[in-house]
Design a protein around this ligand. Structure first.
Ligand code: 4G1
Length: 245
């Protein structure tokens, strides 16, 4: 996959190539990322890239010309131009999956109060948001997209990790995990995990994953891919939680 990041702060991304999984994907040529400084396309004598908002109001708006010139410098017929924006579709694993199948992503990062709306209407294929809060720029959202997409590219994860992905990502939370020591300041690891009974362990983990999801993220259960057995387990969890009070 090719990714071009259009940003006013390309140096902000310099550590990405050193992160283990992304770094390896880059080294092995599975992923190729370039950072384009939008300011390099400013024709203004002071290299300005922002201007006042038509109609008035506080804050500056990114001016369209350097952005379009930056897009045109990298785009092909097969590029997908993504504007990281609070107005975008909320990023979730389904969207990450879809983006990971693209050949060329152009990630446009906004600053100030955002970009001239004509860019969004005529040059951006889709807007993507990482969540509802105020940020100073689209750079961190772009990094989130790069991180989430990279780990899905063929050859990035080991076959064992990919298998974990297949078998465990059905839109519910993970089961609780423990490692050594068995006794940490008097807190013991659940004994079923030491039983060696793989069927029993499997059942316990499914129960715990569904229970954690039910308690902490009940919103996920509406979208999750649950089997008939899962629905039965959830009924038992509901009963367990009700009978406690
Ligand atoms: C209105 C959040 C404005 C922010 C309402 C998630 C946020 C990009 C994202 C803002 C941004 C809300 C994102 C806001 C983002 C131009 C430069 C837009 C920074 C900018 C809830 C500032 N996911 N925010 N405006 O944060 O780019 O992708």
């Amino acid at each position: 996959m090719k990714i071009d990041v259009l940003t006013l702060f390309p140096e902000f991304f310099s550590t990405l190539k050193d992160w283990s999984i992304i770094g390896r994907a880059i080294k092995e040529d599975i992923l190729n990322i370039d950072y384009i400084n939008i300011r390099d396309f400013s024709k203004d004598k002071h290299k300005r890239v922002d201007d006042y908002s038509y109609g008035g109001g506080p804050g500056m708006v990114m001016t369209p010309e350097p952005i379009v010139d930056a897009i045109d410098s990298v785009k092909t017929e097969r590029s997908r131009v993504i504007y990281l924006s609070p107005q975008g579709q909320r990023l979730d694993q389904d969207l990450v999956n879809r983006l990971s199948k693209e050949e060329h992503l152009i990630l446009l990062c906004g600053h100030y109060e955002g970009i001239d709306n004509r860019i969004i209407d005529h040059y951006v294929h889709e807007e993507v948001s990482i969540g509802d809060y105020v940020l100073t720029g689209g750079e961190i959202p772009a990094m989130v997209v790069i991180d989430a997409v990279t780990r899905l590219l063929p050859g990035v994860l080991s076959s064992e990790q990919s298998f974990t992905e297949e078998s465990h990502y059905h839109g519910i939370l993970e089961y609780p995990q423990y490692t050594r020591p068995y006794d940490f300041r008097g807190l013991k690891v659940p004994d079923v995990l030491l039983s060696g009974n793989h069927k029993e362990i499997e059942r316990w983990r499914r129960y715990q994953a569904l229970k954690a999801t039910y308690i902490k993220r009940p919103d996920l259960l509406k979208k999750a891919n649950l089997t008939e057995e899962d629905k039965e387990i959830l009924k038992a969890i509901e009963a367990e939680l009700h009978n406690r009070s």
